[in-house]
Design a protein around this ligand. Structure first.
Ligand SMILES: [Zn+2]
Length: 267
């Protein structure tokens, strides 16, 4: 399934595999001035390719190597001859997506991407009208990039910034790096924040600062409970209650116990 919307002069594509006419999970790709940020998942590759047919894609930037961000790389390169840029740590996964090691829920929602060949992203990417700064922003993954266009105030943030209050994490998140990356993001002058979820924010600074404050407070509470001798499960239960449906759906990959573990790793 695909939904297209123009915001400022950026085209937003929301993409999801459909089950009985319903979207399973939305991800987003953004297109501006010949540059495509992320390519959705394997199941939506053909739809994204069709939607881009009247444009010329010169560059693809993958914010990180996860399968819902690189899924149409190969197909778009075949049609447009685009150059793919990503962080050096992402390149082996692009070349051989089997290295990602997808759990069942990820195979069902997003599928295995086709292999593609990327290059190390330069510090700046120039298009006809824009100059995009490439900023390393690890945390969600070690290879995460943010693209920032200072003249327009655009920030393409992939999965670095997700709104709301986190209750469940994957075990491989790095909370210290996430907080550092979010602080760097909050220091930028952003008019539009284009996240991997597709929920575009205008003037997001306060929301980013609120998120940082929430994560710092959570870190402190987890640390305090841990010094009382509480184990991960007991802390998770006290702070978040029972595990939610996400935990069951992902076979335990996303859970509040994992969130507590991720925070305690940095305590
Ligand atoms: Zn991701």
């Amino acid at each position: 399934m695909i939904q297209t919307e123009q915001i400022d002069s950026v085209i937003k594509f929301r993409l999801a595999r459909g089950f009985l006419g319903r979207p399973a999970y939305w991800t987003a790709a953004y297109f501006a001035d010949g540059l495509l940020v992320d390519t959705g998942c394997h199941f939506t590759a053909r739809e994204l390719c069709s939607a881009l047919r009247r444009h010329t894609v010169r560059y693809i930037v993958n914010t990180h190597h996860h399968e819902d961000h690189i899924g149409a790389n190969a197909e778009i390169v075949r049609e447009h001859g685009a150059t793919i840029y990503a962080h050096p740590l992402a390149l082996p996964y692009l070349r051989d997506p089997s290295l990602i090691g997808l759990q069942l829920y990820r195979r069902v929602f997003w599928g295995w991407p086709m292999p593609s060949e990327g290059r190390e992203a330069p510090r700046e990417i120039l298009t006809e009208r824009h100059r995009f700064h490439v900023i390393h922003a690890p945390g969600h993954s070690p290879d995460h990039l943010v693209l920032y266009e200072p003249n327009m105030g655009w920030a393409f943030t992939g999965d670095l910034f997700i709104g709301g209050r986190d209750r469940a994490y994957r075990p491989d998140y790095d909370i210290r790096a996430t907080l550092e990356s979010l602080r760097r993001l909050a220091a930028l002058d952003i008019s539009y924040l284009f996240p991997g979820s597709g929920s575009v924010r205008q003037n997001p600074r306060q929301e980013i600062l609120d998120k940082i404050a929430y994560l710092e407070e959570l870190h402190e509470r987890i640390r305090q409970l841990h010094t009382r001798g509480w184990d991960e499960k007991r802390i998770a239960r006290a702070l978040f209650g029972r595990e939610g449906s996400l935990t069951y759906l992902t076979g335990g990959h996303f859970s509040s116990v994992n969130l507590v573990r991720v925070f305690l790793r940095d305590t």
